[in-house]
Write a protein that binds this ligand. Sequence first.
Ligand SMILES: [Zn+2]
Ligand SMILES: [Zn+2]
Ligand SMILES: [Zn+2]
Ligand SMILES: [Zn+2]
Length: 502
Amino acid sequence: MCVAHQHHPLHRTEVWTGGYFEKTTLQSLGLTIHLGHDGDLCPFALPKLDLLTVIHTTGIHTVSVKFCECPWSSLPRRTQLLRVRWWPATVDRPKTVTTFAALDMFLKLTLQSKLNMYDFYLSLEHLSDNTCTRNLKYRYKEFTRCVHECRHLLSCKRSARGHDPSGVTATQAGECAVECPACPQPGRNLPEGWANQPEHDRYKYALFLAMDANFKLKSKDRGIKDVPLGDGWGYFVPSVPFKEHVSLYVAQPEMNTCESQLRAVDHANLRSNAKLLVNGVGGVNCSRHALNRRIGFGDLQRGEKFCNMDFCVLSTLHDVEVTTLYLSYDIACQWFVNLPMRMEEYPHRLQVNPNLVIIVAIPKLHLVGHGPKCQTIYSLNYIPGSARTCGESIEQIWSGQNAVAMSTREMSPGCRQDTLDDHLGAWNFRKVVGLGKQLLALLREAVPMKVLHGNMLEQFSASLKPHHVSNWRQMVTAWHADNTCPNLVLSTSPGNPGILRV
Ligand SMILES: [Zn+2]
Ligand SMILES: [Zn+2]
Ligand SMILES: [Zn+2]
Ligand SMILES: [Zn+2]
């Protein structure tokens, strides 16, 4: 029995007592696992057995292990464990491991269903001892450490950081993020001469982004001090320069100048809560495909402060090469007004391509809560080149991430940031996997709809007096060229353009 299980030491076994099957373990039947010699005993192995707690998909096991102690060629114990796909919870003399299979299962479950670590660990305990009568060793803390390290190393591995001659520590900001393959990236997916297109065709090579804040992703102040393992390598901005930046603008009040009384506008001035380290998260994603932007997310210590949101959006825009950006934000009418002035004070890392034209809009669902002036200037329905963008894509991310808020709010700051980064990355990965089918389905709908709506417009125009139609066309063209001209659409009063040249 024990020989047959040398390579299957985590099977669950039962013995026949004469009257019934009783649960037992392979370890109590005498199984010893030999490491470093493909299952054979190391000739230099110590006589004393090491007891290890193994967290596996079949439950929590105690096993007897003999490490390889060959004087010239033995590997560190942690490496011997990793070679049999067991993740050690500590580095020098590991006593607890989590199997790669258990880590893989947990990560797949949590990234999809937002299952928390505590419930997963307890479920494994119940598999081994459903009545809690066997006094299993409680190794929850060790399990959380394995998960945290595993998340970090997997993100480095997926970005091939192990192959960089300068080492993993040379990782640049945002380098471990999954980027959107459909968003324009000169040199990668744009045709030669994209920058020389006539102005009315520039929308084809424009970047569409959406930004917003989420007040569910809080973090409790539990007095634990730690740092993220991959700080600023994925979706969250690097925490040190971010905190330094925010500390400069603590007292900055934000005024609500919109005609509406939309609650989001007042979120900027939320008071801080002593029990919370973080009140929420601000973030940016691409609004045509809903993928999270690298170094586009950051914590909100108080409300939706402009200095926090500026840092997130300007960090992710810093090395953008395209020259047209459609940016939607539910309080764009407030945030945008003094943006150029605020940017003058910001450091180099928050400066953007000087040729970038930012066209600001308010997402369609939020727009109805704004006043008539906002509904004229910031409507994606009237901004040329914005196609049928709704600008609400960031809300999709929040609905996915809100379920993880219950567990991340209890975590230490560093672990929380790494965990949220992993969930944001998993979202992007699933989006990329499905992007081909999604874009094809959208194209199949768009082609006949373009014909249908083109015909409807022609029929409608034909029912009107021709000189009216040509008059209106001239008015619309004139307004787009110069926003001080009368606006045909909603208002006849001149409006400010929602266009910023920086
Ligand atoms: Zn078996
Ligand atoms: Zn050996
Ligand atoms: Zn995209
Ligand atoms: Zn407004």
